[in-house]
Ligand binder design. Sequence first.
Ligand code: C2E
Ligand code: CA
Ligand code: CA
Length: 813
Amino acid sequence: MNRTFVSVPLKLLCLIVGTLLLMSAGFSSLSLWRLEHEFTQFQRDKLNLGSAQFSVEKSRLDNQIRIWVESFSDIVGVNEQPTFNPLSEAVAEQFYALQLHLNVENLWLIDENLQTLWLSSETTPRLVREHAIEVLNVQEPLSSILCDRDCQLYTSVPVINEQGKIAVVTMSASLIDVIFSLHQSLDSNVAVISVPSGQTLSLQQVSFISASNQALLKKIFAQRPEQLSLAQVMDEGIQLSQADNHFLLNFMPLATTSSREYFLVLIDDVSVFKEKNESYRNYFLVTELFIFITLAMLVFFVTSPFARRLINLANALPMLARREFNEFRKVPLKRRSFFVDELDILANAAQELSFELEQLNLEIEQKTKELENIAMYDLLTGLPNRNMLNLQLHKLVASLRRRDDGIGVLFLDLDDFKKVNDSHGHGEGDRLLEEAANRIRTSIDTVDLACRFGGDEFVIVLPQISSIDEAIATAQQILTRFKQPIKVGSGVFYVSTSIGIVYSDNEALRADDLVSFADIAMYEAKKSGGSRYHIYQPEMFTRVAQRVELEGEVRQALLKQQFSLSLQPQLSAKDKRLIGFEALLRWHHPEQGMIPPDEFIPILENSEYMIELGYWVMRRCFELMSEFLEQGLVDVRIAINLSAMQFLDPHLIDYLRQLMRRFNLSAKHFELELTEQTLVSDIDKAIKVMNSLKQIGFSFAIDDFGTGYSSLAYLKKMPVDVIKIDKSFIFGMLENHSDYQIIMSTIAMVKNLGLTVVAEGVESGAQLRSLTMNDCDIIQGYYFSKPVPEAELQHFIADKVVDGFWKTQAKQH
Ligand code: C2E
Ligand code: CA
Ligand code: CA
């Protein structure tokens, strides 16, 4: 919603003006009311004064008449006379003087029989008769006003003669003088008017009887045509204007006839009042306007600096959100002033806030950096970690689209690091890793990225190389550097590393793929003996893929019992006694047919399936051995092949013990075949396991002897019983002199150590003879027999073996 902006000064102004307006409205109505009140008071006073004055004047006239009648009747001596005749005569005589002095117009003398004894006029008004009746009745004087063409006061006074008879003297006197004296004493214009009887008063129907200022009266009455309530007019008077003058008319009732009412009207000029009122109003308005303007200016000048400061602050505060702390502090929010106000406090608080926010911001940045470090760097070596690798490599791969060159990824794995760790503890292992990291770091260019991938694995990214040769150069440099022994504490370690290299200029490959390809290549390098680099080839991936597929299949094959053993006999060279059999694994794949072990065992190596499969082989060998014993073949043993992983499996010893218990068989019936490779992978542990198994009664054979790079020297440390010369030497022994030499010297040395020598792969009689002549103990090979499937074994033994000896020695002789 877009709301209108109304500044605080304006709001304040509105508030003040509103208050002022309210107050002034109150004041003005109060003073107007006061003025009104004053005016009403004036009107009342005028009316009362008029009424009082009128009644005084009237009474004076009335009294004069009464006194005159009383004193006159005394002079005449009415009360000493039997009739009123002398009175009427005296009245007639004095009437003229009476008219002159008392302003009397007419006189009537009426006796108790209502007979007019004397009268000055021709007629006797009804009022006179009524007066007479009344006065005769109450024997008191009576007066009242009667208006017609003018208004007159009728005063009736009783007189008593000697006989106690009463007569009434009634005199009428004009009120003109009374009205005139009113005009003089009240300083008001006075008029007598008559209006038709009724509730309302219409000014147009007013008849003027007499007036002190006839012309003015006419003018005043000429202009108000409307009807007025008579009662209200009598109470409040009427205000009428004439030209610039204002008049107040007060009505006093004089007399009433059947058709008309007579009033005495007091006319006062109230222009002064009106003017006072008007000028007061104007004065009030001007004063108010002045106050408004002054206040508005005051409010503006007082509040606008506030508003400016507030707006300043409001404009500056968002800077804090934008983290522009320095800019914020440059805004002049503080002012130099003796007095401090709320805005100063606010500005101070904002300043303080800016410092605290800045501090907070710094801390956050610091913490963020630390977190980034933790997230992106390896704590031990200080090298970037896997997260950083992923991040950078993703970016690099994406950048390949715009580039002509490529990227190289090197996957490093320290050889035999685990052994160092196990034998010398993690502390030394860590030092070793740190040194390894240093070597890697110093072997690469600044643009290159070296990361610790995890454990003893490192990944190096060469972000811009144009061929694999540059990656190879780096790998070689690292390999060379690792040839130097590493000193950790008091020990000196020779640690080599295996490196897998991949080069790519293809943006379609994902960063993860590059790392896993390099990993695969590293694995190949390791398999080839370590301390070397291998370049990734797509076949390697196929192998890995195969392996993954195979692993799944092996699981199924175990469940579906697709594995079996073939047994190849071993005979003593001298007397062809059956020493035993080597158990060789066979896989009857439902689709691929028979899969030779060479095709799946090396692939399965290092997988848990190989261990499972190995245990299956062992159990089967125990079963077969039980059968042999049942058949009476008591002196034979079965040689079981163990891969490195199987051999180093921590459950091996327990498992073999279990089998021994379960089949109630002695360990002497079994020979465990280990390759030199197995033994060197973790020599200390191998010796430990060998010793344990040896104690139980198992014997050991070193398989494929001569293909590894170990010497006979370390064989002395091991509880080895048998050495099996690798068949590759046997195959060419008669043609290849060096093979022959190797075989013969091996036999000699082995015999010297007091061990037994087995020659495997013996295919010809000539080989057999040569070996026999040179003191070889045991012969195994196609010459005597191919490995025999278990199903055919019973038949085979029955066919070939007699009393534990080979039945047909025909071929050799
Ligand atoms: P190895 O332990 O050296 O086994 C001897 C191999 O030589 C067997 O091949 C055997 O059939 C073959 N052989 C024996 N005499 C002759 C001969 O006169 N001429 C020729 N050309 N070959 C002969 P096989 O059965 O194919 O086994 C290959 C390898 O598979 C074995 O080599 C062994 O390393 C591995 N292997 C076989 N069975 C097992 C097993 O149960 N466990 C483990 N870990 N490895 C096994
Ligand atoms: Ca073997
Ligand atoms: Ca072998």
